[in-house]
Write a protein that binds this ligand. Structure first.
Ligand code: NAD
Length: 518
């Protein structure tokens, strides 16, 4: 999930923060001090669990603290906490829920810099981007607060004055399991519609980014949700499995990789629990020769290098019509080389650190493999060591553009989840559509062209849940978001999400006598 054009609009009107000097003192100083689980309206140490995990600051490579993974007992307590709150919350009117969510949105907005700073410390992305993420987060709460009061069923007339009606009812305790690339935003994307519909939630963040979601839990509490409505358990796969298997969990909303999504669906199937799966991608971005070149270049950078390239819907297969291949490649390389890498807490940094050392090495190994398979590294693709000595152990790399790519190369087929763009020439619309769709993924896709009919024809032909025309990686909360094929199913954002956090009850009312067949 990314940012919304609404956010950019807002930012233009707000004088940006002067954080260069002040923030440079923060990098390398933060230490975790408080418990990282949250239940019954308070931070708590987990009741069980043997495994202790290090939390990192990717910008410096420093361990900022340790925390305990939750076991089955803690998971059961968190679910119990949510069940108790659900009984109160589900009885409130939509307007009452709306009022609380709006207050939570207001507090997030008020604390946006503090939350963004924490996100940057624990995730490594630039604070510039983290601020955009936090703005999307409060907008998400505002949006679902708006929908909470207007959720309604249907009234259907039947013969002889009888009638039926439908009620949209909450599911109960919903589990949210998040990825590490948008920690705070993912927690809001899942919890806002869940809570608006009258559900309670237990959220498990990625063990790589355990910190910022606690701020959300505290904000919900401050805004006035019943104690226990939003709970946080920390842990990895085992904790996630305890959650999914818990008999009192009604639904699982997952954001993460395809292999984990498969396991989650299998486990949820055993309890016939509905799942929403927001999974990975290898999305195509198609650039026709009649495009506005400058916009297409900007779009390609947006499609590849936000959050150090660690974005699910990134358009990493950049198909360029042969007539403009040289001009496009030259410009894209030039602009990529200008990206400012470094201390993510500095206001002018545009690319921070990747999430951790193993992931950095994995991304670099994709670049090496691409070279071995015949791709040409046009720029970047190396570890990057910022001048500031306190950043020397951070997980930085220079953004990479690969030329001379072929459809069957690993870098073109697999999700890299790092700042690596592959450029692929094409000749005709028919050919490029077939190649773009030749993947097991189907999360997003983009097309740049000035030909309005072609733009819509190509968007209609692309096998992807989200298609961008003449832009890429904007994700306003008003629009549904989700994948086709192995990129998952179910939708987040937009009115569509309501369907995934409610169940429909039909009430059939007889106004006459019972006409029995017996
Ligand atoms: P991941 O699949 O490794 O982990 C995601 C979450 O699942 C983590 O919280 C993890 O602890 C948990 N988990 C792992 N194994 C589990 C199991 N067996 N049972 C229950 N929970 C388990 O993914 P990641 O590395 O955190 O995130 C990167 C992936 O997420 C990429 O593939 C990316 O494309 C995808 N992603 C998708 C979206 C989207 O909206 N479609 C958004 C962000 C990221």
């Amino acid at each position: 999930m990314l940012f919304s054009p609404n956010v950019l609009f807002l930012l233009r009107g707000v004088p940006r923060l002067l954080r260069c000097a002040a923030m440079s003192t923060v990098t390398g100083t933060f230490q975790l001090q408080e418990a990282l689980n949250y239940r019954e309206g308070t931070r708590t140490e987990p009741a069980d669990g043997d495994h202790m995990e290090d939390a990192y600051e990717p910008a410096t490579g420093r361990v900022i603290g340790k925390f305990r993974f939750s076991g089955a007992k803690e998971v059961a307590l968190a679910v119990q906490s949510a069940q108790t709150a659900f009984k109160i919350w589900s009885q409130k009117s939509g307007m009452e829920r709306s009022t609380v969510l709006l207050e939570a949105a207001r507090i997030i907005r008020e604390r946006r810099e503090e939350i963004a700073t924490m996100e940057t410390i624990n995730n490594g992305k630039s604070v510039f981007e983290a601020l955009l993420d936090i703005d999307v987060a409060w907008q998400t709460l505002q949006y679902y607060a708006g929908l909470a009061a207007s959720m309604a069923g249907q009234h259907i007339q039947l013969p002889r004055g009888s009638f039926g009606y439908t009620r949209r009812e909450p599911l109960g305790v919903c589990v949210g399991i998040g990825a590490w690339n948008y920690p705070f935003q993912i927690a809001c994307t899942k919890s806002a519609p869940a809570l608006a519909c009258g559900n309670a939630m237990v959220f498990k963040p990625s063990p790589f980014t355990p910190v910022s979601v606690l701020m959300l839990a505290e904000i919900y509490n401050e805004a006035g949700v019943p104690k226990g409505l939003f709970n946080v358990v920390q842990g990895g796969a085992a904790t996630g499995q305890f959650l999914i298997q818990h008999p009192n969990v009604a639904k699982v909303s997952f954001t993460g990789s395809v292999p984990t999504g498969i396991k989650i669906m299998e486990l949820a199937a055993k309890g016939i629990k509905p799942v929403t799966l927001e999974l990975g991608g290898k999305s195509p971005l198609i650039i026709f020769s009649d495009c506005a070149l400058e916009n297409a270049v900007k779009g390609a950078l947006m499609a590849n290098f936000l959050s150090q390239g660690q974005v699910c819907c990134n358009g990493t297969r950049v198909f360029v019509q042969r007539e403009i291949l040289n001009a496009f490649t030259k410009e894209v390389v030039k602009e990529t080389q200008k990206i400012k890498i470094g201390d993510p807490l500095m206001e002018d940094t545009r690319m921070g650190a990747l999430i951790n050392r193993p992931h950095l090495e994995k991304v670099l190994s994709f670049v090496k493999q691409a070279k071995d398979q015949g791709a040409e590294v046009l720029c970047g693709g190396n570890t990057y060591v910022p001048d500031d000595p306190k950043l020397a152990d951070g997980f930085y790399m220079s953004p990479c553009v690969l030329g001379n790519c072929q459809d069957n190369m690993t870098c073109v087929k697999e999700e890299i989840f790092g700042p690596v763009m592959s450029i692929l020439p094409f000749d005709t619309e028919e050919e490029v559509l077939e190649r773009a769709n030749n993947t097991r993924f189907g999360l997003a896709a983009g097309v740049f062209t000035r030909d309005i009919q072609r733009a819509h024809r190509v968007a209609a032909g692309l096998q992807a849940g989200v298609c961008y025309i003449n832009n890429y990686n904007v994700s306003p909360v008003e629009l549904p978001f989700g994948g086709y094929k192995m990129s998952g199913f179910g939708r987040e954002n937009g009115e569509a999400a309501i369907e995934y956090y409610t169940q429909l009850k039909t009430v059939c009312v007889e106004m006459g006598s019972v006409e029995s067949v017996f």
